[in-house]
Design a protein around this ligand. Structure first.
Ligand SMILES: NC(=O)c1ccc[n+]([C@@H]2O[C@H](COP(=O)([O-])OP(=O)(O)OC[C@H]3O[C@@H](n4cnc5c(N)ncnc54)[C@H](O)[C@@H]3O)[C@@H](O)[C@H]2O)c1
Length: 251
């Protein structure tokens, strides 16, 4: 049991975030979920069977700084001191050639995937330093698109490359505080985000031909990596980008 350890998980009500919520609870962590979905609590109730006293669900929109500050107010009120942050809130916008992008679509993706990661991380680190927690770990969910790119995904790829650079810099800033910061690069993972892709045989065949393991991953497999990076087993890993892609980037 990890008594007194707390993980804050953005986007913790769906997909990779949800599986991470489950895993950290199983490992004895208290978990705080920041999610903007109206039905976040309902979804978690169904997926977890019940809401345990170790789970605090807070309605937070990571694009809204005041909403994040209010979220940290609730963490403080509950006397929780998170030592793990998982930045999983994210969107994958419609794929378009660049000249067809709307400025609004561009800004929304940057706001959630990149600026949201920055603003939550900023507040997490301030609180981490204030509460004098002696060690911690931040895991940012980038993508294989954080180090490579595919056509018609300019904004998604820009945000995910941004998350990798952000991670490497922040890792250097806070290593002396025993705070490790890493990014992971999932390939194709079965979550609500990829429903459209998974149901499209042509797209799937093209993708599978590039994945040496010849399958997509379950979100729980990504949660395994996230939990490992949060744990003391990963005590010498910081500033890293770790792919979890069935071999996609090697092919
Ligand atoms: N699924 C994949 O194949 C895959 C691959 C690579 C990277 N990723 C990344 O992993 C992360 C999680 O993706 P997923 O597949 O679990 O997606 P998902 O759609 O299942 O879950 C995303 C969660 O983020 C929340 N969210 C969205 N906007 C938010 C906001 N403004 N404020 C707070 N919460 C918000 C949603 O409500 C949802 O609960 C994303 O950053 C995504 O880009 C996913």
């Amino acid at each position: 049991m990890n008594n007194n350890l707390t993980a804050l998980i953005t986007g913790g009500a769906s997909g990779i975030g949800l599986e991470s919520t489950k895993r950290f609870l199983q490992e004895g962590f208290k978990v705080v979920v920041f999610d903007s979905a109206q039905d976040a609590e309902e979804k978690l109730k169904i997926k977890l069977k019940s809401i345990t006293k170790n789970l605090l669900i807070v309605s937070v929109d990571v694009t809204n700084y005041q909403s994040i500050i209010d979220g940290f107010g609730k963490i403080k009120k509950a006397d929780l001191k998170p030592n793990v942050l998982v930045n999983s809130a994210g969107i994958s916008p419609p794929t378009n050639a660049l000249h067809e992008y709307s400025i609004d679509d561009w800004n929304r993706c940057i706001d959630i995937n990149l600026t949201g990661t920055f603003m939550v991380t900023k507040e997490f680190i301030s609180y981490f330093l204030d509460t004098k927690v002696d060690h911690g770990s931040i895991i940012n969910i980038s993508s294989i698109m954080g180090v490579t790119a595919s056509a018609a995904q300019a904004v998604y790829s820009a945000t995910k490359h941004g998350v990798v650079g952000f991670t490497k810099s922040v890792a250097q800033d806070y290593a002396h505080k025993n705070l490790r910061v890493n990014a992971i690069g999932p390939g194709v993972i079965e979550t609500p985000m990829t429903e459209g892709v998974l149901n499209d045989d042509n797209v799937m065949n093209a993708l599978l031909s590039r994945i040496p393991l010849k399958r997509v991953a379950k979100a729980s497999e990504v949660a395994n990596l996230i939990y490992f990076l949060a744990s003391d087993e990963a005590s010498y890993i910081t500033g890293a980008y770790i792919p979890i892609d069935g071999g996609y980037l090697s092919s």
